[in-house]
Write a protein that binds this ligand. Structure first.
Ligand code: FE2
Length: 411
């Protein structure tokens, strides 16, 4: 199969992309617009990109909002209360069915790589068992990374350390953490040392819910970054949320950023969820409750956007469309300058792929997997402005979906 009349990010002109089996066989410039041959796809001068990536989601909680009760205040704390009611009803099959339905929503928006956090503070590890099966059963749609996520703490939850180790032994791909939720600062610090040891021993990646609070005293990011620096594991480590950084003062941040750069760790921001859940203890002026996305990016650190939740007790909206998150995030983070707009897809493609350590399994490069999207616009800016979509999603050289554009009839 070939794709003709494709535009590529950062390059002039039109291209022909040849797929052979499950690999990209050739990418060649065209002198002029070409006719699509039988079985070929005409990109019609629109962008062709590698698939979108979802670097942070909780598939085990998705599609549960309102069951049995809605979060009426919209706060994180009522979310935890509502989730504890729903958690009592969770079964192995229920988790699997909701996760698969949510994966379909992601796939329909061109996502083919997903990192999901799965709550392992449950002595039965039922959700993890479900997700391990889902990872196998959805391989034809997505590559799924499973994070062993200690929702109720590693040190503060009875048997937390053992459950984390068991989850990794059972096949989770990534070691998680939640240091700001541990009962004391000391427990937060020791939880990071524990999880970094576990990752180093097992060869797993690391993704920590880190400082997801407006409390400027929540400073576990420096601990995580220093552990990553000393162990030379930065590329394999991700700090998710880090919303407290939005409340740190600039003097502390100038010191912190030096360490972050030395550590080389990755960052995920979930802008729609953070603007919804943070700032809840403020009257006015009211904080945005996000990490310093633009500043991290300008400092050359790797930062990307994730959805976090889809229709769960913490966040009632979401439809799987990562471009919706990108648009909101760019607004909230003061990133609508033309330079940012012109390369905004980095935040949901290449940067996220780097966070997930996808390496040579990702990208429009000859020899790499034939996974790609044909989008509905010629460049990043126009795709965002027009609220564009993935028109075609190809995985392993086969078409996964085609979307027919909506037709408007005017009279
Ligand atoms: Fe999260």
């Amino acid at each position: 199969m070939n794709i003709v009349n494709a535009r590529l990010r950062g390059r002039e002109g039109l291209y022909r992309i040849e797929l052979a089996g499950e690999r990209i066989a050739a990418i060649a410039p065209q002198q002029a617009p070409a006719e699509a041959g039988p079985g070929d796809i005409d990109a019609a001068s629109n962008l062709v990109v590698p698939p979108f990536v979802e670097p942070h989601i909780h598939l085990d909680a998705s599609l549960t909002a309102g069951e049995p009760a809605w979060n009426m205040s919209g706060t994180l704390f009522e979310g935890i209360e509502r989730w504890s009611e729903r958690k009592a009803l969770v079964t192995f099959d229920d988790t699997k069915a909701r996760a698969k339905k949510t994966i379909d929503m992601l796939v329909e928006h061109g996502i083919q790589h997903v990192r999901t956090h799965v709550d392992v503070t449950d002595p039965t590890l039922s959700a993890l068992k479900s997700m391990l099966e889902v990872r196998e059963e959805t391989r034809h749609l997505i590559d799924l990374q499973i994070v062993a996520f200690p929702q109720e703490g590693i040190e503060s939850f009875k048997g937390g350390r053992e459950l984390m180790a068991e989850a990794i032994a059972m096949g989770a791909d990534v070691v998680g953490g939640i240091p700001h939720f541990e009962n004391t600062r000391e427990q937060g610090v020791s939880s990071i040392r524990f999880l970094m040891d576990l990752a180093e021993r097992s060869g797993c990646l690391v993704d920590v819910h880190c400082d997801e609070t407006d409390d400027p005293q929540s400073r576990f990011l420096e601990v995580l970054a220093e552990e990553a620096r000393v162990r030379e594991m930065g590329e394999r480590v991700t700090a998710s949320h880090t919303t407290a950084m939005g409340s740190y003062d600039n003097a502390y941040c100038s010191k912190l950023f030096r360490l972050l750069k030395l550590s080389g760790i990755n960052f995920v921001s979930c802008p729609t969820e953070s603007i919804h859940l943070q700032g809840r203890f403020d009257t006015y002026p009211k904080r945005r409750g996000l990490t310093r996305v633009a500043e991290l990016d300008r400092a050359g650190l790797n930062v990307c956007f994730g959805q976090d939740s889809i229709v769960d007790p913490w966040y009632p909206l979401g439809n799987g469309n990562i471009l919706r998150i990108l648009e909101a995030g760019l607004h909230i983070c003061h990133m609508l300058g033309y330079q940012d707009l012109a390369r905004c897809l980095d935040l949901v493609t290449d940067h996220s792929a780097r966070t997930l350590n996808l390496g040579e399994g990702y990208g429009l490069v000859v020899g790499r997997p034939a996974n790609l999207l044909v989008l509905s616009a010629p460049d990043d800016y126009e795709l965002l402005r027009s609220q564009g979509q993935a028109r075609v999603s190809i995985r392993g050289g086969k078409v996964l979906l085609r979307r027919t554009p909506a037709r408007v009839e005017r009279y």
